[in-house]
Design a protein around this ligand. Structure first.
Ligand SMILES: [Cu+2]
Length: 142
């Protein structure tokens, strides 16, 4: 019995290190570097729902800007534009791909411009109150 408990602790420790926390696994997270006077930046990642329930991303926080919003792109009169969205739904056992031209996390009112070599921490907030910290996300060239 004791052995099983210990093994469980070790396994959960390993999972935690791999960035798997509860129902969600985040991979390929990047933040784009911004021009010197930019006020806003974008973050992209793949958010995998490991659980058998729908997970709904309802918000995020970050340490590089004062406001964090969920955004997507829509096409209006042949023009692509960004709009804020309330949530990003992730079906059981599937992955939401946040990418350029699609859904993304918007870092609004940057404390300073982001450049390659910087890192950003983002906390994802889900409707079921679960949160996932995605730390040390690298800032990369667009
Ligand atoms: Cu945006």
């Amino acid at each position: 019995m004791k052995k099983i408990l210990l093994l469980t602790i070790i396994i959960s420790g390993l999972l935690f290190q791999a960035g798997i926390c509860g129902s969600i696994e985040v991979t390929n997270a990047v933040v784009l570097d911004t021009p010197p006077k930019a006020k806003n930046g974008g973050a992209f990642m793949e958010i995998k729902n490991l659980s058998d329930k729908e997970m709904v991303l309802v918000g995020a926080e970050n340490n590089a800007s004062r406001v964090t919003e969920l955004h997507t792109h829509i096409e209006e009169n042949g023009m692509k534009k960004m709009v804020q969205i309330k949530e990003i739904r992730i079906a059981p056992k599937s992955t939401a791909v946040l990418k350029r031209g699609g859904d993304h996390i918007m870092l609004i009112d940057l404390k300073k411009p982001l450049k390659v070599g910087d890192t950003v921490n983002i906390k994802l907030i889900f409707a079921n109150k679960e949160t996932v910290n995605v730390d040390n996300i690298k800032v990369v060239k667009p």
